[in-house]
Design a protein around this ligand. Structure first.
Ligand SMILES: Nc1ncnc2c1ncn2[C@@H]1O[C@H](COP(=O)(O)OP(=O)(O)OP(=O)(O)O)[C@@H](O)[C@H]1O
Ligand SMILES: [Mg+2]
Length: 256
């Protein structure tokens, strides 16, 4: 159910790939400026849910509303223009373009008419958060390190000045020190990062929970917890990732 406090709401969302049901009846909502940690083991459905919000995978049943209006069946570029920016799993920067061209691409795609001033103030915000991107701004993005590509993927989402940012596993495949530096930036919560609501999908629960107001825990495509991040217990997380004690005894773990 969408209530008037909600910026974004998912109501009983089901996602299928052929006969595989990846997400079943998932409901949760996001208020303006809130950080939601979307947690779950490998294959729990985090990426599928983020893709359904940004229009990259179809929803088999249920509804997704932004400011009360359904965004189901909207094309990804329309969802971006309506205020939802997606930093995808695996970064997906355009390797053949420079850092700044990647930023410009999203800056333009997210507005009907992007002025030079819009783009320049976007670049400035991104470079202030990620000085490394300023140093590399004329370099081909394919030559960046994994951590730098992740910075670029987040910066691209910032260029859209969105109301909702979808960040899919920003820590994936990165050395701990690089993950720390990216999380240090995310935790600043100034400018766009302060104003936008963020849905932060991570397998690593403890990391995402350091930033989150709210947690949404998935187990095999079902939401098993949605509530204050501070009230999510280690027991609930372990049960979602590894199965309950009874399930483990019965030899059917939720995931390896
Ligand atoms: N394109 C696809 N075709 C078929 N099945 C898919 C496809 N994408 C995902 N799945 C399946 O849907 C389920 C959920 O996958 P999803 O990628 O959403 O999980 P995830 O929580 O993001 O996992 P991870 O932490 O590994 O990124 C899995 O069982 C996965 O195998
Ligand atoms: Mg994923």
């Amino acid at each position: 159910m969408h209530t008037s406090d909600d910026l974004l709401s998912l109501t009983q969302v089901t996602i299928r790939y052929g006969r595989v049901e990846a997400v079943t009846d998932a409901s949760f909502s996001v208020r303006p400026g809130e950080v939601v940690a979307l947690l779950g083991a490998n294959g729990a459905g985090k990426t599928s849910l983020l893709k359904s919000i940004s229009g990259l995978v179809p929803v088999a049943a249920g509804d997704i509303r932004l400011r009360g209006s359904s965004i189901l069946k909207k094309r990804p570029e329309i969802v971006l223009r309506s205020g939802i920016a997606h930093s995808p799993e695996g970064r997906r920067v355009v390797a053949s373009l420079t850092v700044e061209e990647n930023l410009e691409l999203t800056g333009r795609a997210s507005r009907r008419r992007a002025t030079r001033a819009d783009l320049l103030s976007g670049f400035e915000e991104c470079y202030e958060l990620f000085p490394r991107l300023f140093e590399r701004r004329q370099q081909g993005s394919g030559l960046l390190s994994g951590g730098e590509q992740q910075m670029l993927a987040i910066a691209r989402a910032i260029m859209a000045r969105p109301e909702v940012m979808l960040l899919d596993e920003p820590s994936m495949g990165l050395a701990p020190i690089m993950t720390q530096s990216i999380y240090a930036v995310l935790s600043k919560r100034t400018g766009t990062l302060g104003e936008a609501a963020i849905i932060l999908a991570e397998q690593g629960a403890s990391l995402a929970l350091t930033l989150a107001d709210t947690a949404c825990l998935l187990k095999r495509g079902e939401v098993v917890y949605h509530g204050p991040a501070s009230e999510l217990t280690a027991e609930q997380t372990v049960a979602a990732y590894m199965g309950t004690a009874e399930e483990r005894q019965a030899g059917s773990p939720a995931s390896p």
